[in-house]
Design a protein around this ligand. Structure first.
Ligand code: ATP
Ligand code: MG
Length: 281
């Protein structure tokens, strides 16, 4: 497995690979890799000749720069697990390589960045879109993989790629969960043992939504209020939002119709977790 820190060496390698007809699959990450990331690596290894994983904790997408400094990191373990899942190249630039002095360009995907997680996390998706655009320009993959756990992020990236006539095919990969249903997330390791077991309530609330829809209930107010009950019955879980939106436009819906996204964000003390399910009727 190769490790590149420089944009120029990453680009030169890809040019060579694509010139010789190799398809490149790319998984952008912030490191602290888990089975969610590795499932995409394994899939990319099946669908492409070359698999590139980036590990870059993007300061632009955090509210405060200190949050990026506190982000979980375990480089040695990441290198081992990435390689055994089928990664050929790790791209690991530092902040100055990505945002040198004098950096001035930011990408804003309007409207769909202002709902759900965008309500409380102002500017977060500008940071995400900007870094993903840069990474896609640097790696220029044939396919780029994003997780369904971050459903809004995936919708925003697909919109950006479409709007800006970018080449990579964007593939959204299913959410990988722990045994109790908690969506895997790098920040799960920040949870205490108690918070960790409490956090399973999120998926229980989402499964309730599926159960109600299966019973023929389509009123979103009713569904959200039953979800809220489940979440607020859990000690130390503070609900940030419970939303039911159209899966593509992310517009709030009153009745379940077509393909919808049921999404939640919950704080366990200061640790903010998100999860979602899609329902199609
Ligand atoms: N449980 C999961 N299943 C599938 N994909 C996932 C999962 N968790 C994260 N991903 C995807 O991995 C990619 C990189 O995400 P990132 O490195 O931020 O990991 P993360 O687990 O979301 O971290 P954090 O805890 O900070 O949210 C994103 O496309 C994200 O959607
Ligand atoms: Mg994340």
């Amino acid at each position: 497995m190769k490790i590149f820190n420089q944009i120029s060496e990453m680009k030169a390698f890809i040019r060579e690979q694509q010139a010789s007809g190799n398809a490149v699959g790319f998984i952008p990450t912030m490191g602290a890799l888990h089975e969610g990331h590795l499932s995409m690596v394994k899939r990319a290894a099946k669908e492409n000749n070359i698999v590139v994983v980036s590990i870059f904790v993007n300061p632009l997408q955090f509210g405060k720069p200190e949050e990026a400094d506190r982000y979980p990191a375990n480089m040695e373990k990441d290198l081992k697990s990435a390689e055994s899942a089928g990664t050929h190249v790790i791209f690991h630039p530092d902040v100055m390589e990505m945002y040198p002095e004098g950096y001035k360009t930011y990408i804003e995907v309007k409207e769909i960045s202002d709902v759900l997680c965008g309500v409380k996390r102002k500017g977060h998706f500008i940071g995400v879109a900007t870094v993903v655009l840069k990474l896609l320009n640097i790696v220029h993959p044939d396919r780029a993989y994003f997780g369904q756990k971050d459903a809004q992020q995936a919708v925003i990236i697909k919109q950006m790629v479409r709007d800006l006539n970018m080449d990579p095919e964007i593939i959204v990969s299913p959410t990988i969960r722990e045994n109790d249903g908690l969506a895997m997330s790098s920040r799960n390791i920040l949870l205490s043992e108690l918070q960790r077991s409490n956090a399973a309530v999120m998926y229980r609330s989402l499964k309730k939504a599926i159960e109600l829809v299966n019973k023929g209930i389509s009123d979103c107010c009713r569904i959200k209020s039953e979800m809220e009950q489940i979440l607020t019955n859990q000690a130390n879980a503070e609900v940030e939002y419970i939303s039911i939106v159209e899966a593509e436009s992310l517009k709030e819906v009153k009745k379940i119709q077509g393909k919808v996204l049921v999404a939640v964000a919950v704080l366990f003390d200061s640790i903010r977790l998100i999860d979602n399910v899609t329902i199609e009727v």
